[in-house]
Ligand binder design. Structure first.
Ligand SMILES: Nc1ncnc2c1ncn2[C@@H]1O[C@H](COP(=O)(O)OP(=O)(O)OP(=O)(O)O)[C@@H](O)[C@H]1O
Ligand SMILES: [Mg+2]
Length: 469
């Protein structure tokens, strides 16, 4: 029970985390593909809470981001073989010279399907393969450290939550794995309890997420748990890829309201969204419109309709502004020259000019002294602790999923029985006794090896939880 747990831990001895960790303050993210490895560490500074103070204002600016899929393939490690396989692939430019800035608040990225929303989020969160990537990303006006992706929250569209664990156990697992060892166990529990209460998950904290066989929490509660799993890091910048997809209108509104409340704490919430209802749309502070990998609006929500009315598109009084602007872009994409006209209007707008001005100011400061490359972020926990927490989670998952456990046991017993039957009562001779024993050893090793292959699927499924590519 959450309340009693919280009290229990509050009563316990409070340990303040005083140890500070050294992290690079300015290590450049220069995304030009040829020299992306030449990141630099210019200074180092101490900070107390790893996820928070590095990103003091949570401003993330990005300039001339282009992502070229064709280049990403040709610049792979085996250029002689890859062009052979990609012969039939057309050249694909996913993002073209996209620039902008996101500050604290609710920042929505909208556009029709396939326009590059998820790609932009991946690039900003430093999770895209850098081959084929060009442009610059700055956090608080400075190049972020190489371990930036471990400092921000990212809720991917397809969650990788453990369905046999309860909401609280999932949050606790995330806290154990992702918070550095300097954050004591008591503090981790307190943090989890606070998140449970902030996200309104008290009533389902001890409920399992739910599998095909076990009825669990609702879709909205599951989504909020995924958000909570990222919030344990207390990130200043928080990315979400389609947080409302698959939710009904009320649940979607609750989730977005929850995010809006978080943004009021000074967090920068950046998310992609499809067809938001008007009540959700009202929560957005800024809107970024993408179409075919290019930007067509990047400014305040309140100015959106005025901007398009200046381009002679008037929104009817009962039309949803979000649907209205997306329809403009879809229609423009089908008319010759219409999209170019809108692009030109955006390039001549004050929004675009402001970004160019900001870019001029930020890039004028010479933070980019290059030196030898720096490896990406170190794990926050020692290896043995990581193994411990992951094993604990896997064991709980296995025992709480009796069907899977029984099936595995059944297979092992049957195979054991069959092998025993075939190799029963071997003779104590060199031939055939030794030969048969070799056969038995071969069979046992081979069946053991191949029976573990079924676990590969689970590993691949859960990869996204651990590997932040
Ligand atoms: N690894 C890849 N290989 C080939 N094409 C890719 C790859 N990643 C993205 N794309 C293409 O880039 C385009 C943009 O993809 P992205 O996932 O960013 O779109 P999106 O705006 O998020 O779409 P949706 O709203 O459907 O999620 C799509 O046409 C997609 O097919
Ligand atoms: Mg997407």
């Amino acid at each position: 029970d959450v309340a009693s747990n919280a009290k229990k831990y509050q009563d316990g001895k409070k340990q303040k985390s005083t140890t500070s960790v050294l992290i690079p303050e300015h290590s450049i993210i220069q995304l030009d593909s040829d020299d992306y490895r030449n990141f630099s560490i210019v200074h180092e500074r101490k900070y107390e809470q790893p996820s928070n103070s590095i990103l003091s204002t949570g401003e993330i600016s990005f300039y001339d981001i282009s992502y070229d899929m064709d280049e990403a393939i040709t610049k792979c490690k085996c250029p002689k073989i890859c062009p052979y396989f990609k012969k039939a692939e057309p050249v694909k430019q996913i993002l073209r010279n996209v620039s902008g800035v996101f500050r604290s608040g609710m920042n929505a990225i909208m556009g029709q399907t396939g326009c590059g929303k998820s790609s932009l989020l991946d690039i900003l969160a430093h999770r895209k393969d850098r081959r084929g990537l060009h442009g610059q990303i700055l956090v608080d006006g400075l190049p972020p450290p190489d371990s930036f992706k471990y400092m921000v929250g990212y809720v991917i569209q397809k969650d990788t939550i453990c369905e046999t664990l309860t909401v609280q156990e999932n949050l606790m697992f995330s806290a154990n794995i992702r918070l550095p060892k300097e954050v004591s166990y008591t503090e981790r529990v307190e943090r989890v309890m606070k998140i449970i209460s902030n996200l309104g998950l008290e009533s389902c904290a001890d409920t399992k997420i739910g599998t095909e066989f076990i009825r669990g929490v609702s879709g909205g509660e599951r989504k909020r748990t995924c958000i909570g799993m990222e919030l344990v890091l207390a990130p200043k910048i928080f990315f979400l890829d389609e947080p409302t997809t698959g939710l009904d209108a009320t649940t979607a509104r609750n989730v977005m309201q929850c995010l809006s409340d978080l943004s009021k704490e000074g967090r920068t919430i950046i998310f992609s969204i499809h067809q938001p209802s008007y009540s959700i749309f009202k929560l957005f502070d800024t809107i970024t419109l993408l179409c075919q990998g290019e930007m067509y609006y990047h400014g305040q929500t309140k100015d959106l309709l005025d901007y398009f009315s200046r381009q002679s598109f008037t929104c009817e009084s009962h039309d949803n502004p979000a649907d209205f602007v997306i329809n403009i872009l879809i229609d423009a994409g089908q008319k010759v020259g219409a999209l170019e006209k809108l692009k030109l209007a955006y390039e001549n707008s004050s929004m675009s000019e402001n970004i160019i001005e900001l870019k001029r100011k930020q890039l004028a400061i010479d933070h980019f002294t290059r030196s030898t490359g720096q490896k990406s972020g170190k794990p926050v926990q020692p290896l043995w602790k990581e193994i411990y927490y992951v094993s604990e989670r896997t064991l709980k998952n296995t025992f709480r999923n009796p069907v899977l456990l029984l099936a595995q046991l059944g297979v092992a017993i049957t195979i054991g029985f069959l092998i025993g039957l075939v190799f029963f009562d071997l003779q104590r001779t060199i031939d055939p006794g030794v030969q048969d024993r070799l056969g038995a050893i071969f069979m046992i090793v081979a069946t053991q090896m191949f029976s573990t292959m079924t676990e590969l699927e689970t590993l691949i499924k859960e990869r996204a939880l651990f590997v932040h590519v």
